[in-house]
Design a protein around this ligand. Structure first.
Ligand SMILES: Cc1cc2nc3c(=O)[nH]c(=O)nc-3n(C[C@H](O)[C@H](O)[C@H](O)COP(=O)(O)O)c2cc1C
Length: 357
């Protein structure tokens, strides 16, 4: 189960400390201009080792395309992309070879598969998400060409909430903050946790604009359901809210309904989705990330022979995964919307007759 999507699909491969990671995209229409600089710039936004708020692992995350393009255009055939790993330090993991890290996936992977790639968490490591960002960048190129734009940033860190959302600000902020006024407090929450060998959680907020009405399939492939699945599939994500989200349960219908005018909706509590379909307004999401499981404080655990042990981790880890995670959220959202755009093509006879006659 390494595949996502129905028409615009992504398969990813590779492990944290293996030779390479990458993805195979299928369903990309022929004739899309494949802007390598843009794809690389997306990977650069996610890559580790850039500042004190991210893991010190240094990877260039240089992406190479192996197939599916010719003279800068997609050919309609599968696009294979590869990113070689270069800064693996598997020795950091030797002391936890047989021990399960609390909060990480070691316990479940071992009991499911009966063996374990302990070097950096193998496939359960978020290193794999670089491949999703590469695939998502191609989806974004397709979406940008039809006026759909996806933006994100950090709205909350360790409960310190943005009061305003400025989607232009994250590119000036090392923590991709959406609110300049709380950025310093958010940074200091991360550094305080990091200096005491701990970690913090956070929330990424996404805004998707330029959507036509009707993306999303009526019942079993609803836009909100698939977006939620895509976000929950990202490492360390524990909850997803669409539009007003949980806060809508505290409102009355008269407060929560978005009244409709000939010029559009008066408000956007729905987060741009009604009945599982885009309503033409911006789709807004809040994606909640738990604190990074790998911390350097001694903790209790067990080993592969079910004995009690105490665990002291080494290695390089993000003190707050929501920051780089926000870029992964954008990529997954792009993959969902690209898929929905292609699925939506056959919704009316007029679309079919326009194309075939
Ligand atoms: C961008 C990103 C970077 C991450 N970096 C780390 C890390 O440095 N150390 C760590 O223990 N977990 C990290 N994680 C989280 C783990 O991959 C994740 O918690 C683990 O696979 C268990 O899955 P679950 O939390 O979804 O249950 C990261 C997650 C993301 C999205």
């Amino acid at each position: 189960m390494n595949r996502f999507g129905e028409r615009f699909t992504i398969n990813t491969f590779g492990e944290s400390h293996g030779k390479a990671i990458g993805c195979l995209l299928d369903g990309v229409p022929a004739g899309l201009a494949i802007d390598m600089e843009f794809i690389q710039s997306e990977l650069d936004r996610r890559k580790p080792g850039q500042n004190e708020f991210a893991t010190a692992r240094k990877e260039s995350d240089t992406v190479e395309i192996l197939s599916g393009t010719f003279e800068g255009l997609s050919t309609g055939t599968p696009i294979m992309m590869v990113i070689y790993n270069s800064d693996q330090k598997s020795g950091d993991y030797a002391n936890i070879k047989d021990i399960f890290r609390p909060g990480h996936a070691d316990f479940t992977y071992f009991h499911k598969y009966g063996l374990r790639d302990y070097r950096g968490g193998g496939r359960s490591s978020a290193r794999e998400t670089a491949a999703r960002v590469a695939g998502g960048a191609v989806a974004k190129l397709m979406l940008n060409s039809i006026g759909i734009n996806i933006q994100s940033g950090i709205s909350a860190i360790h409960g310190i909430e943005a009061q305003t959302l400025d989607f232009d600000y994250p590119k000036h902020s090392p923590i991709y903050a959406l609110d300049k006024n709380v950025e310093e407090a958010q940074k200091s929450a991360i550094l305080t946790a990091k200096n005491s060998h701990d970690s913090v959680g956070g929330v990424a907020t996404l805004s998707i604009s330029g959507l036509p009405i009707g993306l999303g399939e009526g019942l079993y492939y609803k836009l909100d359901a698939v977006l939620a699945e895509a976000m929950m599939g990202i490492n360390a994500v524990k909850a997803v809210e669409i539009g007003e989200g949980i806060a809508s349960t505290h409102l009355q219908g008269s407060q929560n309904n978005d009244e409709i005018t000939p010029n559009g909706f008066k408000t956007n509590h729905a987060g741009g989705i009604l009945g599982g379909m885009s309503n033409g307004d911006d789709v807004t999401l809040r994606v909640h990330f738990k604190p990074t499981p790998s911390i350097f404080i001694e903790q209790e655990s067990t080993n592969t022979t079910n004995e009690s042990v105490s665990i002291s981790l080494k290695g390089r880890h993000d003190p707050c995964v929501a920051i780089r995670g926000s870029v992964v959220c954008e990529a997954m959202a792009a993959l969902v919307i690209a898929d929905m755009v292609l699925l939506n093509m056959g919704r009316k006879m007029s679309g079919i007759t326009n194309y075939y006659t």
